[in-house]
Design a protein around this ligand. Sequence first.
Ligand code: UDP
Length: 233
Amino acid sequence: MDKVYEGKAKIVYRTEDPDKYILYFKDTATAFDATKKAQIVGKGELNNTISSLIFDMLEKKGIKTHFIRKLSQREMLVWRAKRFDVEVVVRNITAGSLCKRLGIEEGRLLHKPLVEFFYKNDTLHDPLLCYEHILLLELLKEEQVSVLKKTALEVNEILKDFFKERGLLFVDFKLEFGELPDGKIAIVDEISPDTCRLWDAKTGEKLDKDRFRFDLGDLIEGYKKVLERIQTL
Ligand code: UDP
């Protein structure tokens, strides 16, 4: 197949339809600016399955995504999108870079969800962006910033409830957005335990990529638990 782009966790391929691409989920895991790297057999399949289920659920609730359908264990058919160089992070509970940056402890429940923007730029190590930075760099127009923030908060409410019903705490997550061939803004990339923090509501067990980041236990075991919970109900 004709490769459009290869990232750390996925490969994008062209299809016969110029408006549709195939996402191929690899088994590669990376963390800390890709300084930590490993092959974890089965991760690609799990992320494709989990992401497909979540995108399908969001689409049914009226959230526009690039998802068309799951093609195979490792492949997802998506709409071609012009991706924005901005990552949107929403947080419900303190963790990760927020704790490091502000010197606060992990696990504090936030009174209201916190939205942050990061610059998707490897050379600069994906720095935090304030509103004016986004406009200065012309990464997004003012109206687009509003659309992304509003959509990210909507998705947060949907997923927070979805995971809560399944005994999981939705700590934080990252979304990427792009413009589809029809000009509409949509969520692109993936929504999986690679891009979300999910904790068991009863035991506090971490079931996401932090298992790999901090050697907390078998990553596949955690992701499988997430999938099992998602598949029920
Ligand atoms: N995240 C991601 N890709 C990135 C950076 C962050 O998917 O390049 C996700 C991460 O898994 C977590 C959330 O976004 O669910 C917030 O991440 P944070 O800013 O705390 O950075 P981290 O310390 O995880 O690198």
